[in-house]
Design a protein around this ligand. Structure first.
Ligand code: FES
Length: 156
């Protein structure tokens, strides 16, 4: 269920658009941030109601983009390592394997303390600084295993 604060924010955003439906991506991001990182079916129904669209239209957006966490809860820190062409050519797989070894999980899993979830993503638009990853809202670029270690230590 959407909080009053999120409902107010969504209303403000819809005022910026010619059509309310255009606010769907912003609304999903607001809800995701407000609810601790995971969008539920009920949230999508509430968003659809506010934007006067069908729930399946919200679902289509939420499930298409990797930046939305739907159906599978993620930990406090969601690590998304890009594995697309530029990052792949500069050893993204080595970065992924290093994170898996360091955290003791496989890609797609969450650590038992619910701190980290490791995912892969398609191009995150930072090809010039490959290999790279995103953790929550921040980008970490030109990764090496040593650099990954230092970044993960920052979350302790
Ligand atoms: S290929 Fe990795 S950011 Fe574009």
């Amino acid at each position: 269920m959407l909080t009053d604060k999120v409902r107010e924010e969504i209303l403000k955003i819809t005022a910026k658009y010619y059509n309310k439906r255009s606010a769907v991506m912003d609304a999903l991001m607001l809800v995701q941030k407000d609810c601790g990182g995971n969008i539920t079916r009920g949230d999508m129904e509430d968003i659809a109601d506010m934007l006067e669209i069908k729930p399946h239209e919200v679902n289509a957006v939420a499930t298409f983009y990797t930046m939305y966490n739907y159906a599978k809860p993620v930990g406090r820190y969601h690590i998304q390592v890009c594995r697309n062409i530029s990052c792949a050519l500069l050893e993204a797989e080595r970065v992924i394997a290093h994170i898996e070894d360091t955290l003791g999980i496989k890609t797609g899993d969450t650590t038992p303390d619910n701190k980290f979830t490791l995912s892969t993503a398609e191009c995150l638009g930072s090809c010039g600084t490959a290999p790279m990853m995103q953790i929550n809202d921040n980008y970490y670029e030109n990764l090496t295993p040593d650099k990954v270690d230092a970044i993960l230590k920052g979350f302790e």
